[in-house]
Design a binder for this molecule. Structure first.
Ligand SMILES: NC(=O)c1ccc[n+]([C@@H]2O[C@H](COP(=O)([O-])OP(=O)(O)OC[C@H]3O[C@@H](n4cnc5c(N)ncnc54)[C@H](O)[C@@H]3O)[C@@H](O)[C@H]2O)c1
Ligand SMILES: [Zn+2]
Length: 398
C-alpha cells in the first residue's frame, strides 16, 4: 500500500514592539496570553548580561505577575542564564534546562519566557522546543540583532564541534515581545552590530529601506533610540515577511537569502572562537560580498563604496585580521567557510547576492580570486595588507 499523508499546519504569533514591558500598567504580555485557559504557568529565564544592567528586573517581573495572578503564575523566581555565545557552546546547558523544566513540572501548556540576546534566546528556545516536544516560548529579545532578526524568526540552535548552529530545530515561538528600552544599555559593539542585519536584508530586498539606513546612519551612531526603533521594526518586518511569504519557512531548499554575507561571517565567528560577535562578523561578510558583487557586475563600485561608507557611519568596522589567516590547503582559512556553508544549507552551494541595490539573485560559485581580492581591498581600507594582518593574527593567536 502507498498512502500519501498530507498535513497542513498554520502558525500565527504576535510580534510586538513596546517600551518598558514590565511597567505596572503595560499589558503587552497579558494580551499575548490566551484569556480562556486559566492562569498561565510561566518560567522566566534572564540573560546574565541583561540582569547585570537591569538588576531590578526579577523583582519587577514578580510584582507585575503578582498584580495579575488570575492570568499568570510564576512557576519559580526568574532564573539567570549565561549570556553571549558561551551559552550556545555548551551542550550541557540544554540538559540543565531540561532538569529544571522537569523539576518545575512544566507541561505543553506552560510558558517559557526567555529574556536576552540572540544567543540566550537560541539556547533557551532549543531547550523549550525539545522538552515534552515543545513548550510555549515567549521571546523577549534585548539586543538590536535579536529584535531585528534572530528573535522574531522560527529557529533555535546551539553550536557543536566548533560549527555554528550545528544542533537546532525549527519551532515558531508563541509570541515575541520586543522592549526597545533594553537597547539603551547595550555596549557599543552590540548597539551597532545588529544594524548589519538591516543592511543585509535591505541590500537584497528593499532599496527604499537602504536609503533610509544611509540617512539614519549619523543618528544610529549617536545612539538615537527613535532612529533605532525605525531600523529594528522595519528590519524585523522584512525578516517576518520573508519567512511568511518566501515559500520556505523551514528552509528545506538550498537557498537562504537572509544569509547573504553569512558564509564568511560564520567562519569568522568560529575562527576567532566568537571573539567577533555575530553582528560584527555579518558587517564584514556583507562588505566582502559587496566587493564580490561589484566584481561580478551585479552592483557598481560606486554603490559598493556608498553602502560600505554608510555601514561605517553607523559605527561598524568592516575588517577583521582573521580574514587574513593563511591555510596550507586553501590559501586562506576563511575560504573553508564556503564549503561549511554549503554543508549547513545542504545540496548545491547557493549564495544570495544583491542584483542592483534592493534586489537579489542567486549564484552557485565564488571565484577564490575574487574573495582574495576582496580581502585585500578590505585590508587596504583598514590601512593594512593580508601579509601584515596574517602576521598580527598569528602573534595574537586569536
Ligand atoms: N535563530 C536565528 O534565526 C538567528 C538568526 C541570527 C542570529 N542568531 C544568533 O544570535 C546570536 C547573536 O545574538 P546577539 O547579537 O543578540 O548577541 P548575544 O546574544 O551574544 O549578546 C551579546 C551580549 O550582550 C549582552 N546583552 C543582551 N542584552 C543586553 C542588554 N539589553 N544590555 C546589555 N547587555 C545585553 C549578552 O549578555 C551578551 O553578553 C548568535 O549566536 C547568532 O548565531 C540566530
Ligand atoms: Zn545573521
Amino acid at each position: 500500500m502507498r498512502y500519501r499523508q498530507q498535513l497542513s499546519v498554520s502558525y500565527a504569533y504576535d510580534v510586538v514592539f513596546t517600551r518598558d514591558l514590565f511597567r505596572a500598567d503595560n499589558e503587552t504580555l497579558s494580551e499575548a496570553l490566551p484569556q480562556s485557559e486559566g492562569p498561565a504557568r510561566v518560567a522566566v529565564y534572564i540573560d546574565e548580561g541583561v540582569l547585570a544592567r537591569w538588576p531590578e528586573l526579577p523583582k519587577q517581573i514578580a510584582a507585575w505577575c503578582a498584580q495579575r495572578s488570575a492570568t499568570i503564575q510564576l512557576a519559580a523566581s526568574p532564573t539567570t542564564v549565561p549570556g553571549g555565545e558561551a551559552v550556545k557552546n555548551d551542550l550541557t546547558f540544554v540538559q540543565r534546562m531540561t532538569h529544571q523544566f522537569q523539576r518545575l513540572e512544566l507541561c505543553r501548556h506552560s510558558y517559557v519566557i526567555a529574556i536576552g540576546g540572540g544567543a540566550a534566546l537560541d539556547a533557551v528556545g532549543l531547550a523549550a522546543a525539545v522538552f515534552h516536544r515543545g513548550l510555549r516560548l515567549i521571546r523577549v529579545p534585548t539586543t538590536v540583532l535579536s529584535q531585528d532578526d534572530s528573535g522574531v524568526g522560527v529557529k533555535n540552535g546551539i553550536n557543536f564541534d566548533g560549527v555554528k548552529n550545528l544542533i537546532g530545530c525549527f519551532a515558531p515561538p508563541y509570541a515575541v515581545l520586543c522592549d526597545l528600552n533594553f537597547l539603551t544599555t547595550l555596549d557599543r559593539r552590540d548597539w551597532c552590530g545588529g544594524v548589519s542585519e538591516a543592511f543585509k536584508v535591505a541590500l537584497i530586498k528593499d532599496a527604499a529601506f537602504l536609503s533610509e539606513l544611509e540617512a539614519l546612519a549619523p543618528r544610529i551612531a549617536a545612539r538615537d533610540l527613535d532612529a533605532m526603533q525605525r531600523v529594528v521594526e522595519r528590519c524585523a518586518l522584512l525578516h517576518l515577511d520573508h519567512i511568511r511569504a518566501g515559500g520556505d519557512p523551514f528552509e528545506t531548499g538550498s537557498a537562504r537569502p537572509l544569509d547573504f554575507g553569512h558564509w564568511s561571517a560564520h567562519k569568522l565567528e568560529s575562527m576567532t572562537q566568537n571573539q567577533i560577535r555575530h553582528g560584527e562578523a555579518v558587517a564584514v561578510g556583507v562588505a566582502l560580498d559587496l566587493f564580490i558583487a561589484a566584481k561580478m557586475g551585479f552592483i557598481t563600485a560606486a554603490e559598493r563604496d556608498r553602502i560600505c561608507a554608510a555601514m561605517e557611519a553607523c559605527g561598524m568596522v568592516l575588517w577583521h585580521p582573521a580574514l587574513a589567516k593563511p591555510s596550507s590547503v586553501s590559501g586562506l582559512e576563511v575560504l573553508k567557510g564556503l564549503e561549511e556553508f554549503r554543508q549547513h544549507l545542504g545540496g548545491r552551494l547557493t549564495l544570495t547576492m544583491p542584483d542592483g541595490l534592493g534586489r537579489k539573485r542567486e549564484i552557485h560559485e565564488l571565484e577564490h580570486e575574487h574573495i582574495r581580492a576582496g580581502i585585500e581591498w578590505l585590508a587596504a581600507r583598514a590601512g593594512t595588507t593580508i601579509t601584515e594582518a596574517a602576521a598580527r593574527f598569528a602573534r595574537s593567536a586569536v
